[in-house]
Design a protein around this ligand. Structure first.
Ligand SMILES: Cc1cc2nc3c(=O)[nH]c(=O)nc-3n(C[C@H](O)[C@H](O)[C@H](O)COP(=O)(O)OP(=O)(O)OC[C@H]3O[C@@H](n4cnc5c(N)ncnc54)[C@H](O)[C@@H]3O)c2cc1C
Length: 429
């Protein structure tokens, strides 16, 4: 290993790698540790809104990202039972409004993009190191001044002026801040990324993100890798998870959950990967992510349910915001060997990111409930969504606009849809 880094990042997911790259671009020496023996991502597609493509552009990574992904033309929400269109976002208009595109990309391609950026920046990337503890250093003769120390499962340690814990849903660092547990939503996701040729006969939208919302289930389709592949996500409430049983989410539950859904959904279901499935967890928002010289970032700080497609984006925004505040402090004081006033930068990060992510987490939960409605409420929801003007971006402004650096820059939150304001005609639901 070379000389001591200014910053240690724990976790080589999209959050850790993107934060490492953001700080390195500011001239900070970064060392990143990942517990797995190789860097990689499981899963299929990710949706990346303009609030993130704006950051990719700033990092000089947008062109490469676009070459790996797809720029869809519309995001269309349909009723999963009758297949009818409820509302749509014109994504080309969204790009005109916010200045940056809406993109879909394979998870491993976005991860690889940040990995290569880290390698180009000369960041030390260390695998096979599982962090088991974080401690503070208060100028204890390690020649560091204040900082933090990490301890690994093999007993080795390392230290830096700042440690970023980007260690995901089951974060070891988070335990030092709050004694909470992941919240079990009882929903389960199946995924698939399949050659587009295999579904061309199914009248699948080739250039759109399509979301079918149904009672206690939803189904998503969008193209990937320049249109060569189709990404599919099928999510449903597992009766066995609700009953507290361990054998939740099996393929028979998947098929049962989508009985009665429209033809497009039925055609997609047999193509799901049936040998693995994921339970949907989030955590309750916490409003402090910093203890001493350790800061949480990404899913470690704010694992969301996926309904707003903002989890990876929030992680990338976290790194950008932190790096901007670090950059602003570099010129101010030079008491530390890196020349950064870390405490001021961390306070600025902690003042703005937890509130934004709290909004995404709680709104995501509300969107999930809205998508999965049944009976009269489903009809009320459909009536409201059908009445929405395609070009009304009011409800996405606070998400897709520029990432706030201070609480004052955070736009007002768009409130939830008032179902009771709609009276639906009596009849079969
Ligand atoms: C079905 C589904 C669909 C989604 N769709 C979207 C979407 O469309 N758009 C979007 O923005 N987000 C989406 N998300 C959310 C997104 O995937 C996550 O929020 C994001 O990947 C979190 O990144 P992260 O780096 O913070 O955490 P992780 O990806 O969990 O990475 C953590 C890393 O830390 C490592 N690690 C963990 N513990 C230790 C340790 N003790 N020591 C060392 N290393 C450790 C892990 O091995 C891992 O590499 C979706 C999620 C799901 C489940």
């Amino acid at each position: 290993m070379s000389q001591r880094p200014d910053v240690i990042v724990i976790g080589g997911g999209i959050g850790g790698l993107s934060a490492a790259a953001a700080l390195s671009r500011k001239g900070i020496r970064v060392r990143l540790y990942e517990r797995s023996s190789a860097f990689g991502e499981v899963g299929a597609g990710l949706q990346i809104g303009p609030n993130c493509t704006r950051i990719l552009n700033e990092y000089g990574l947008l062109e490469e990202a676009i070459s790996l992904g797809v720029l869809p033309e519309a995001m269309i929400m349909k009723d999963a039972i009758d297949g009818s269109e409820l509302t749509r976002l014109d994504l080309l208009d969204l790009e005109r409004t916010y200045g940056f595109p809406y993109m879909v990309i394979h998870r491993s391609d976005l991860h690889g993009l940040f990995l290569r950026a880290c390698q180009r920046l000369g960041i030390e990337l260390v695998t096979d190191r599982q962090c088991v503890d974080y401690t503070q250093i208060d100028g204890d003769g390690e020649g560091l001044g204040r900082g933090a120390r990490v301890t690994f499962a093999d007993g080795s340690t390392d230290s830096a002026e700042l440690v970023i814990a980007a260690d995901g849903l089951h974060s070891v660092a988070r335990v030092k801040l709050v004694a909470d547990e992941p919240v079990n939503s009882s929903y389960v996701a199946y995924r698939a990324a399949i050659p587009f040729e295999a579904v061309r006969e199914n009248q699948v939208h080739e250039k759109d993100v399509v979301l079918y919302v149904g009672p206690r289930c939803h189904f998503v389709q969008y193209p990937l890798r320049g249109g060569e592949m189709l990404n599919q996500v099928a999510v449903f409430q597992s009766p066995r998870a609700v009953a507290g049983q361990d054998d939740w989410g099996t393929p028979d539950e998947l098929d049962q959950a989508f009985v009665g859904m429209c033809e497009q959904v039925q055609k997609g279901l047999p193509l799901m990967w049936r040998d693995r499935w994921w339970r949907m967890f989030d955590r309750n928002p916490i409003m402090n992510w910093v203890f001493g010289r350790v800061a949480l970032l990404g899913d470690a700080a704010h694992p969301p349910l996926q309904y707003m497609a903002q989890g990876a984006i929030m992680a990338i925004e976290d790194g950008w915001v932190l790096a901007e505040h670090v950059g602003a402090q570099q010129a101010v004081r030079s008491e530390t060997s890196s020349g950064v006033d870390w405490d001021t930068a961390l306070a600025a990060y902690n003042a703005v990111r937890p509130e934004h992510c709290r909004r995404v987490l709680t709104t995501g939960r509300a969107w999930g409930e809205l998508w999965h409605l049944d009976g009269v409420q489903r009809l009320q929801r459909n009536a409201i969504l059908r009445a929405r003007d395609t070009y009304d971006h009011a409800f996405t402004e606070w998400i897709y606009g520029p990432t706030a650096l201070t609480p004052e820059q955070e736009p007002p939150l768009y409130t939830t849809i008032p179902l009771d304001s709609v009276t639906v005609a009596a009849g079969p639901v």
